[in-house]
Design a protein around this ligand. Structure first.
Ligand code: NAD
Length: 268
């Protein structure tokens, strides 16, 4: 899986072909979509139009948290079929459970169906998203299949150090959603600007480089062609220990907090 991918949350389906097309043109080879984003069809059109060999691409999609019955085996298999049909692909590279919804206590059952999907080869790998340490440990107790990835909110203002340590212990790759902190407060912080100035790079590049050097997979989103390119251009410089320490310290600063929903209570 490429360490830097392209996220398409909030890209309308009608624009997805053009936006994902621009990302593939810029050199991204990993695309992160989800059934709930409503843009699997546009993403699939971009993949088809790119003419790139399928084996060069890494496509991720996710099972949405619907009402209770959507977590039953038949519904999960149907949802997966629908995602593949919209993407116009015969397999995805990664299929994720979008949210754990611990209050419903049904992700263990879903994971059994994900085992089947993995065995079928129609998802080359399966994983989870927004799972907490206790959710990952429960999965491990019941299933020999370790999630390949846990995709979670992660950026310098919410670095998830404890969760990253659990991933290392269990052999799960860490993938960061909202790696740029959604382009809000994080990119305007003076600490980030100072590191950016030192390297002659942008704030976004410095933050993405922080992910790369922490071994985290990042999937920044942009619909602006120049930013799409800028966000991929993070392999030609290196942060030193002082830069990393300055960025690492942001998590414990007054601004440090999550932006998105808390998985412990998030439900639909
Ligand atoms: P992000 O951190 O990638 O920020 C994107 C925003 O930052 C853009 O809309 C733009 O406003 C700004 N931006 C992008 N590039 C910039 C640049 N170079 N300079 C200045 N500003 C820039 O946030 P995101 O879209 O929330 O997260 C990325 C992806 O993660 C999503 O598209 C989606 O694929 C995934 N995601 C997954 C979940 C989940 O529950 N699994 C939740 C949220 C997002």
């Amino acid at each position: 899986m490429p360490q830097l991918g392209f996220g398409v949350w909030q890209v309308p389906d009608a624009e997805a072909q053009q936006v994902v097309g621009a990302a593939l043109e810029a050199g991204y080879r990993s695309i992160d979509t989800a059934s709930v984003y409503g843009n699997e069809a546009g993403t699939g059109r971009a993949v088809a139009a790119s003419g790139l060999p399928r084996e060069e691409l890494f496509v991720t999609t996710k099972l949405w948290n619907g009402p209770a019955e959507t977590w039953k085996r038949d519904s999960v298999l149907r949802a997966f079929d629908e995602s593949l049909a919209k993407l116009a692909l015969d397999h995805v590279d990664l299929y994720l459970i979008h949210w754990p919804r611990p209050m419903r206590d049904d992700y263990l059952a879903i994971w059994q169906t994900f085992e089947e999907i993995a065995e079928s080869g129609r998802a080359k790998a399966v994983g989870v998203s927004n799972f907490r340490p206790e959710d990952l440990r429960r999965l491990r107790e019941v299933s020999p299949l370790v999630p390949a990835v846990n995709q979670v909110e992660l950026h310098p203002l919410f670095p998830q150090e404890e969760l990253r340590a659990v991933h290392t212990e269990l052999g799960i790759a860490t993938e960061a959603w909202s790696p740029l902190g959604q382009g809000k407060e994080l990119l305007a912080l003076p600490e980030v600007a100072a590191v950016a100035r030192k390297h002659g790079r942008t704030a976004a590049q410095v933050v993405l480089r922080w992910h790369v050097q922490h071994g985290v997979i990042a999937i920044p989103k942009s619909v602006t062609p120049s930013r799409i390119q800028e966000n991929l251009d993070v392999f030609g410089f290196e942060l030193d220990a002082e830069d990393l320490a300055a960025l690492d310290a942001l998590g414990a600063s007054a601004a440090g907090r999550r932006i998105g929903p808390d998985p412990a209570v998030f439900d639909v």
